[in-house]
Structures are given as structure tokens and as C-alpha cells.
Ligand binder design. Structure first.
Ligand code: NDP
Length: 246
């Protein structure tokens, strides 16, 4: 039997990049997967069709992660559609880089709302449905640990905030057999951080493995943490960054 047969997952921010790779990976191993998106309905629909084409089941839900009601409704809609919830992956994120002098407070607030608050809100809503063996996995960033360029202070703060959050949540949910972990990617080739940009060439020298990562490499690791062999891993920070933070 496939690893996630009978399991239901929700991926916050699943229409593109790392989130889309996670949707595909979990579905390919038998999970039914709901995912949210905000601005890419065509990409979301194409992903649903792609999963269905190989016999899987997926549902796209438009829900802005910065809107707490929309996040809660997405959790409820997943359970209404599929009857249960086993795995929550909080991947939605924004990257606002900017010089200190003119960094806008609205970008600060949006970063916190999407990268941090949505993780808490989704976790709170999902915890009502998750049972023994439940899994919560957040996509942080290696910038939680190492911030080697200018203009990234707010982004780094938002990702390091997840460190404390999962440590506490692991304590809250451990007694119920639910694990909570952060996966911290290094530079991954996506729309947010294309491997062929000038920015990318400035980062390559920072990795021990001198290349960008692939979204599928992050998805494979997320699927391991989401699976039955990872029940003793919780409250942890897991770097998949080609040695960026080494
Ligand atoms: P992309 O920008 O390529 O994709 C972001 C995804 O999140 C899209 O599906 C997007 O939906 C969704 N999303 C963004 N904002 C919202 C929102 N407010 N509400 C709902 N969905 C939203 O990003 P990546 O795949 O590169 O990044 C995914 C995560 O990984 C982020 O948390 C990022 O910080 C983190 N990360 C990325 C790294 C990288 O190098 N790429 C490195 C380390 C961490 P839509 O298509 O509708 O816009």
C-alpha cells in the first residue's frame, strides 16, 4: 500500500514552487491533498488536473494566508470535502527584501501575517481535527539561522519566529501523538528565487554543495517527516540547504 493511502493533507500555499512539489509528492504516495493559493487560479487548476491525471485527488482553495478567517475556512473546507485531516504543511510565504532606510511597515506587517501568523492560525484550526499520528510541517528558511546579505532582516526574523513557535507547539501537541517540525530550505529554484538570477550567483558560493536545490528535494524530505517513520521527530529544525548554514 502507498504510504499516505487514506490520509488527507492540507498545504497552505500549494499552487507553485515548493508547495506545489509537496502537493505532488504527497498525492503520488496516496494522500488526498487540499491546497490554498491566492493569485494563481490557473496554476492551481492545472495542478489539480495533474494530480487527477495520475489517479490522485486534489482540491484547490483560494484563501489569503494573511486573512485568519480565510485560513480557518480552508481548514474546515478540507475536512468537509474529505472527512478528516492528517497532515498540515504551512508553506505559504512572502519575501520582502529592502534597505533599512525605506523598508515599509506594511511589508513588515504582511511578512508577519503570511509567514508567521498564518502558521499559528492554521495550526490552531487544524489541531481540532488532527489525531494520533498527525503531522504539522512548516517551511521556514535557512535564513532563520544565517542571514548573509543586506536587506533580509524582516524575512529572517519571520522565519526564526517559527523556531520558537514549533518548540512550544511540539509541547502542546506531543501528548496527543502529533508532531510539529520546521523544514528550513536553502536557496531553491522557484519563482521566488530563480536559480538564474544575479542574486542567485551571489549565493552559490555560500553553499557547501555549490548549486541551488530543487523543490522536489524539499518535498521528499517533507514527505518523510509527514510519514509513519517520523513519529519520534518533533519540535525540530531540519535544514535542507546544501550546507548554506554550515
Ligand atoms: P513561490 O513564491 O514560488 O510560491 C509561493 C506559494 O505560496 C505560491 O503557491 C503562492 O500562491 C503561495 N502564497 C504566497 N502568499 C500567499 C498568501 N498570502 N496566501 C496563500 N498563498 C500564498 O515561493 P517558494 O516556493 O520559493 O517558497 C515557498 C516557501 O518556502 C516560502 O515560505 C518561502 O519563504 C520558503 N523558502 C523558499 C526558499 C527559496 O529559495 N525558494 C528558501 C527558503 C525558504 P499564488 O501562486 O497564488 O501566488
Amino acid at each position: 500500500a502507498r504510504k499516505f493511502e487514506g490520509k488527507v493533507a492540507l498545504v497552505q500555499g500549494g499552487s507553485r514552487g515548493i508547495g506545489a512539489a509537496v502537493v505532488q509528492k504527497l498525492a503520488s504516495e496516496g494522500a488526498t491533498v487540499a491546497f490554498t493559493y491566492i493569485s494563481s487560479p490557473a496554476k492551481a487548476d492545472a495542478l489539480v488536473a495533474q494530480v487527477q491525471a495520475v489517479g490522485g485527488k486534489a482540491l484547490a482553495i483560494q484563501a489569503d494566508s494573511s486573512n485568519a478567517d480565510a485560513v480557518r475556512q480552508a481548514v474546515d473546507a478540507t475536512v468537509e470535502a474529505f472527512g478528516r485531516l492528517d497532515i498540515l504543511v504551512n508553506n505559504a510565504g512572502v519575501l520582502h527584501l529592502g534597505a533599512l532606510d525605506d523598508f515599509k511597515l506594511e511589508d513588515f506587517d504582511r511578512t508577519i501575517a503570511v509567514n508567521v501568523r498564518s502558521v499559528f492560525v492554521a495550526t490552531q484550526a487544524a489541531a481540532r481535527y488532527l489525531g494520533e499520528g498527525g503531522r504539522i510541517i512548516n517551511i521556514g528558511s535557512t535564513n532563520a539561522d544565517r542571514m548573509p546579505f543586506e536587506g533580509g532582516a524582516v524575512y529572517a526574523m519571520s522565519k526564526s519566529a517559527l523556531v520558537g513557535l514549533v518548540k512550544g507547539l511540539a509541547r502542546d501537541l506531543g501528548p496527543r501523538g502529533i508532531t510539529v517540525n520546521n523544514v528550513h530550505p536553502g536557496p531553491i529554484d522557484t519563482d521566488m528565487n530563480p536559480a538564474d538570477s544575479d542574486f542567485a550567483s551571489s549565493l552559490i558560493g555560500l553553499m557547501a554543495v555549490g548549486r541551488y536545490g530543487h523543490a522536489s528535494e524539499v518535498a521528499d524530505f517533507v514527505a518523510f517527516l509527514a510519514g509513519p517513520d517520523a513519529g519520534y521527530i518533533t519540535g525540530g529544525q531540519h535544514y535542507i540547504d546544501g550546507g548554506f548554514s554550515a
